[in-house]
Design a protein around this ligand. Structure first.
Ligand SMILES: [Zn+2]
Ligand SMILES: [Zn+2]
Length: 341
């Protein structure tokens, strides 16, 4: 027996898990500092993806702490105790919390980056797997039931494998996003390989010949490297948004409903993103602020008494709002202005 009654052969895993927890906390602090920095930046950019990434990482940290309690203190790797209360509930809560975080990130990626291509399908599958896992009745003392719920978790994991694949495809359709897509997919794949190395099934079969301590160190190092790369990718939110907007302009896509614009295009005078007229009218009614850069969308709507101190407002009032019907001319103009600014 090692420290705190943790079996000796699991002490390396315990220390490595502490390192993993510290790494996750550091990544959360890094992402939060990026959010603060971006919010202070005068030139606004949408931060949904960065928020979702931070929330996801936060749920992963909480779930890791619960798993840690389950592994090292509640069960001490004695499978006979896995399905006994309260261990089973701690484990289920850990799984559920991380599935909520993954759902959140994948949902935002789908809606904001992938133009709602998958209609939230991946996010919904992961959430359903999470809920099923949580609600599945595990009989006390039944290892079979426990294996069943962990299999549901593996299903969720397999779905998350689809995410890097989707990103490779995205990198091909939106050239400006290629770098981000590669970084993100690469990080995720490394993370998933690390997770696989820690799964009991793989340890008992393919990895059975490997020294356990070496395996633990390698697997957790891979997880940390993968998460760090992914977080680095997310921190480049400004470049991601820029690439997306260039893509939307080239394809005449409305930033609000993320669909192709038929007919007239309304362009934000400050950042040059496109709106379809119905969406623009709705936004002007609601908040009259550009979805992308937060500048005043339609200056005519503003009363003369209102004077915003920021220079974005000045730009918005002095800049001409462009409404055009010809797709070709408008696109070139938008691009030229974008590059010049
Ligand atoms: Zn704008
Ligand atoms: Zn629209």
């Amino acid at each position: 027996m090692g420290l705190w009654g943790i079996p000796d052969q699991y002490m390396t895993l315990f220390y490595m898990t502490l390192v993993l927890v510290a790494a996750k906390a550091a990544i959360i602090i890094f992402l939060a500092s990026r959010i603060v920095a971006e919010r202070r930046n005068v030139e606004k950019t949408p931060l949904h993806l960065l928020y979702a990434g931070t929330i996801c990482m936060l749920t992963f940290l909480v779930s890791r702490l619960l798993y840690m309690d389950f592994d090292f203190f509640l069960t001490r790797f004695n499978t006979a105790l896995y399905s006994i209360s309260p261990a089973i509930y701690v484990w289920k809560s850990g799984s559920f919390i991380s599935s909520v975080g993954a759902t959140c990130l994948i949902w935002v990626l789908d809606r904001k980056v992938l133009l709602n291509k998958f209609k939230g399908a991946f996010a919904i599958i992961i959430l359903i797997a999470g809920v099923l896992q949580f609600l599945y009745p595990v009989r006390e003392g039944s290892l079979e039931d426990f294996s069943m719920v962990s299999s549901i978790g593996i299903l969720g994991g397999l779905v998350s494998l689809a995410v890097p694949i989707v990103f490779f495809l995205l990198g091909r359709t939106v050239p400006g996003l290629r770098r981000f897509a590669w970084i993100f997919s690469f990080g995720l794949i490394i993370y998933l390989i690390g997770s696989g190395g820690l799964s009991q099934n793989l340890q008992d079969t393919i990895l059975s010949g490997m020294n356990r301590d070496v395996l633990y160190i390698l697997a957790i190092a891979l997880k940390i490297i993968g998460l760090t790369i992914t977080a680095y990718g997310l921190s480049k939110i400004r470049n991601i948004n820029k690439a997306l907007i260039e893509y939307y302009q080239a394809k005449r896509i409305c930033i609000v409903h993320r669909g192709k614009i038929d007919g007239a295009v309304f362009m934000c005078a400050t950042c040059h993103v496109f709106y379809c007229v119905p969406c623009k009218d709705a936004i002007v009614e609601l908040e009259n602020a550009c979805w992308n850069c937060k500048a005043v969308l339609d200056p005519k709507k503003q009363g003369p008494a209102q004077h915003a101190p920021s220079n974005t407002k000045k730009e918005a009032t002095s800049g001409e709002v462009v409404i055009v019907d010809e797709p070709g001319r408008e696109q070139d103009e938008g691009k030229k202005q974008h590059k010049a600014s």
